[in-house]
Design a protein around this ligand. Sequence first.
Ligand SMILES: [Zn+2]
Length: 429
Amino acid sequence: MTGPDALLDEIGARTGALVDLTRQLVAIPTLNPPGANYRDICLFLQKRLERSGYICSLLRAHGAPGDSDRHPRWNLVARREGARPGPCVHFNSHIDVVTVGQDWTRDPFGGDVVNGRIFGRGTCDMKGGLATSIIAAEAFADLVPDFSGAIEISATADEETGGYGGVAYLAENGWFNPDRVQHVIIPEPLNKDRICLGHRGVWWAEIETRGRIAHGSMPFLGDCAVRHMGAVLSAFERELFPALAAKSTTMPVVPPAARQSCLNVNALHGGEPEQDDDFSGFPAACVPDRCRMVVDRRFLFEESIADVKSEVTEILDRLQENRPGFRYAIRDLFEVLPVMADRDSPVAASVARSIHQVLGRDPEFVVSPGTYDQKHIDRIGRMKNCIAYGPGILDLAHQPDEWIGIDDMVDSARVMALALLSLLAGPRT
Ligand SMILES: [Zn+2]
């Protein structure tokens, strides 16, 4: 049977293939929004993986948010069976990338290779991770063709916009059912020596304050919704923000500053709509009768979603009692509960051992401040044995001149291949 050293050497010998594959993936601009070129990248991967012995299923998330004939939400699930029955290890990567933005000094889809780094939108988040898992799985299956169980690689849509046309769709349709998938690794860029166990919770809501429109020269005849929102904000400053900052968690969230609760005011708008830049007129004199604020609240394992919501509504209710004319409405936009795998779960323990073998040190176990597709695998798929592990420096995600280090990808591919060896090539039964 092939030992770990042969596998490590084999991965090293495939460095060129790993770089080529990453560059080929980056060259397909899968920008989201709007969700462009998903079919192209799935077909490219299908061709590649079928050559390596995978059976591929191309799946469109019909009716998912954002799915349209112009921008269909395509996903790929590829499965390679081993020689004997056994568990299935699934690598899940998202294929979408965020908008390019300003201040690039390189072609965002060029995949320039300079000083051991590959540059481009999505190199780090997370086409480099996708390529790494493919090379690791191919090298493993070539060297250990009699492995037991199965390997799956999925390439999914829309992670950057909630994952509803991607992993959520697959989970709803049984692809992450624990009867068919036993271990899940998501190669998000958490750094090659860290294992991400999960993420904090999130609640998005829209708060609206209501007033009455009147002529702006006689505001006393109306009721200003923006001033009511000002009262909400100052109550938040006085009561809510200090209370959130005082809550801490045992979750190992990185960066450490994110080990407390927080709330971001995502958007605020009241009164007349903003005009286009080429509008040269003046505003009309009106008292605003509506003001809306979108809030993005991140919460901890120790908090319940009910408490998270009532903390906000109690402040609003108190204003309604005490502030003349104050009326409000609140609308839930989105909520995700915190998720955290056990660090002794089989997949986490196996990857931890492999990190030690490759890098000569123990991994750091972390939790992500923001959510990613693990939420759907956990909540819909009921799969707890799931972690994020992949190459790349998280801080570079979504930045101009995004890059990934080639050495980091090679090391991560070695870790993934050794994890496959321990999970799928154990003692024969
Ligand atoms: Zn990502």
